[in-house]
Design a binder for this molecule. Structure first.
Ligand code: UDP
Length: 314
């Protein structure tokens, strides 16, 4: 039996990944500092004989006598509200944390997958974004702690590979949604669903013309696992996301319709600083290398997510 370490394993995506890995017969060691992750996300796994949770912040080195075969490094607050809460800590998670996890992988001869992000493209001037695009990122703005942190983490992965021949896998995750997003996550899908369910005004930044492409969490997790299984020569980066693009206004209207809400649209008039105006992944590489493409349409995924939040709120 293999032992798989998942950092950020009690988070939104991490908990779905732990669940899927257990289903496929792996032993899972779940690390999380519980800053944005929650024990509630993994309660249903905690009695599983092949699952172990360890409260740990990857900013600190992690040692174990268990042999680790693979590491999925997901630990980092991912919502702008959370990663900007303590930006220096966000940078540490992506630099010190990344070095600690690469060191651990090296010591165990383990493969390591880094959960990078579409934020490495910043406010993109190329559309849709291919992996070859080098991005348009501010290194001094409020998103820099995350964007530059994640760019540095990618650099570290490739340097460890070049220096030590390590098996690295880098994926760039685009906006992902689904059950177990935190109620106060602050991201657009969770904010809008909660506001709609409470019949409160939907808060749309700017004029709602900015776009995002939303990937359902099950699709994303499949992509992560498929990337981990690629031949040793495949390092990425590979984009993972759903290429169906929507304006934020369209998303709000869809959520109002699906919830049958009486919410109104409340435009704040101002975009967030350095907010990407368009975001859509080019997933040609994922299709070719992983034979992966998202299966869940936005409406279907939103329905499941709305059901989750309904229970959560009640
Ligand atoms: N947004 C919004 N209202 C909200 C939350 C977010 O209009 O209550 C907008 C935000 O300004 C951005 C987009 O939705 O343009 C996506 O924001 P999110 O925080 O979900 O993630 P991002 O893709 O920016 O990392």
């Amino acid at each position: 039996m293999r032992t798989i370490l998942v950092t950020g394993g009690a988070g939104f995506i991490g908990s779905h990944l732990c669940e899927k890995l257990l289903e496929t017969g792996e032993r899972v060691l779940c690390l999380d500092n519980l800053f944005t992750g929650s024990r509630e996300n993994i309660t249903h796994l905690e009695n599983h004989p092949q699952f172990q949770f360890i409260e740990h912040d990857i900013i600190e080195p992690f040692f174990t006598d268990d042999h680790i075969d693979q590491i999925y490094n997901l630990a980092c607050p991912a919502s702008p509200v959370h990663y900007q809460h303590n930006p220096v800590r966000t940078i540490k998670a992506n630099t010190l944390g990344m070095i600690n996890m690469l060191g651990l992988a090296r010591a165990h001869g383990a493969r390591i997958l880094q959960a990078s992000t579409s934020e490495v493209y910043g406010d993109p001037l190329e559309h849709p974004q291919k992996e070859s695009y080098r991005g348009n990122v501010s290194c001094t703005g409020p998103r820099a702690c995350y964007d530059e942190g994640k760019r540095c983490a990618e650099a570290l992965c490739f340097d460890y590979h070049r220096m030590h021949g390590m098996e690295i896998k880098v994926v760039r995750i685009f906006n992902t949604y689904g059950p177990r997003m935190a109620l106060r996550d602050g991201r657009v899908v969770s904010n809008f669903i909660v506001q709609a369910l409470k019949n409160e005004p939907i808060t749309i930044d700017g004029n709602g013309s900015q776009t995002r492409s939303f990937c359902y969490v099950d699709d994303l997790v499949n992509g992560l696992m498929q990337m981990m299984q690629t031949p040793a020569s495949e390092h990425g980066p590979i984009n993972l996301g759903n290429p169906n693009e929507f304006t934020i206004k369209e998303l709000a209207e869809k959520i109002i319709a699906l919830t049958g809400s009486s919410s109104t649209l409340n435009y704040t008039g101002a975009f967030r600083e350095d907010d990407p105006m368009q975001r859509c992944p080019d997933i040609a590489r994922a299709c070719e290398v992983l034979e992966w493409k998202p299966e869940v349409e936005l409406e279907e995924g939103l329905k499941k997510t709305i059901e989750y939040f309904k229970k959560k709120i009640s």
